[in-house]
Write a protein that binds this ligand. Structure first.
Ligand SMILES: [Zn+2]
Length: 102
C-alpha cells in the first residue's frame, strides 16, 4: 500500500488566497493542482510523507546530479540520429530552472 508522491511536474506560483491578504507562494502539482507546500508560517501546508521522501533525496543529490548531467551533455558522441543521452541530460538540466506558473 505504498502511496506515490504527488504527480509532477510541480511548479511555483504566487497567489492571493484571501482578498486583501498577503500573497502566498506555493509549490503545487500542475497535474492535480494539489498544493505540496507554501511559505505561510501561521497556517503551514502539511507535506505528505511521500512528497517529503521525494523532496529530500532530490535536494540532497541536486548538485552532484547537475554536475553529472552537465558532463554527459558535454560528452561528444557520434552514434548518429536517434536516442542520445546528451539530449536527455540537456532536457533534465533545463528542468532545473525553477518552474513558475504560466
Ligand atoms: Zn549521443
Amino acid at each position: 500500500m505504498t502511496q506515490k508522491h504527488t504527480p509532477g511536474p510541480w511548479a511555483i506560483r504566487d497567489c492571493n488566497r484571501f482578498e486583501g491578504g498577503e500573497p502566498v507562494t506555493e509549490i503545487y502539482s500542475t497535474v492535480t493542482d494539489e498544493v505540496i507546500a507554501n511559505d505561510q508560517t501561521y497556517y503551514p501546508q502539511a507535506v505528505k510523507p511521500q512528497n517529503a521522501r521525494l523532496i529530500v533525496p532530490a535536494v540532497n543529490a541536486y548538485e552532484e546530479l547537475l554536475v553529472a548531467l552537465q558532463e554527459i551533455a558535454n560528452t561528444p558522441c557520434d552514434h548518429g540520429p536517434g536516442y542520445c543521452a546528451r539530449d536527455v541530460a540537456r532536457a533534465a538540466i533545463a528542468k532545473t530552472v525553477s518552474p513558475q506558473a504560466p
